[in-house]
Ligand binder design. Sequence first.
Ligand code: CU
Length: 175
Amino acid sequence: MRSFAMAAIVLIASPALAQEASKPATYSTELTGAEGTLGQVELADTPGGVILHLSIPAGALKPGMHAVHFHEKGDCSDAPAFKASGGHYNPTGHQHGILTANGMHAGDMPNFMVVEGAKTEVELFNTQLRFSEDPAPLMDADGSALIIHEGTDDYQSQPSGDAGTRVACAVISKK
Ligand SMILES: [Cu+2]
């Protein structure tokens, strides 16, 4: 006689356990220029860093490359100089610049391009920052500011990349 081994196949019906990606905290703020609102900034706090999205209408900034950094204080009250925002956000005590051996500031980021007659949409990812986690929380006691400069960051001149005048400022702080 042939014996048949019976294989029991057990199907376990389990509820869909597909994990939803947790939604990042987001923050929205206005960019202020010399004469008022100049654009919008959207931030998202992710496990790996902060995503930054800039939306700037055509004509609001001069065409060409511009430096953008996070500066140390959430204060844009002194337009058009925007010096109240302090220097670059640098809680870890590094030198300025992506090209500097002992760089870089937590607030350092690549330059972006403004094209004549076109709206500017820029997305940047900064892996050194978080909204409120150490070592570089944007929303610390005095907040921080996003600053756009008239010129280009050379990624090595101290203390701020020779990026020229500040032309726009956005406050980032705990609400
Ligand atoms: Cu700057």
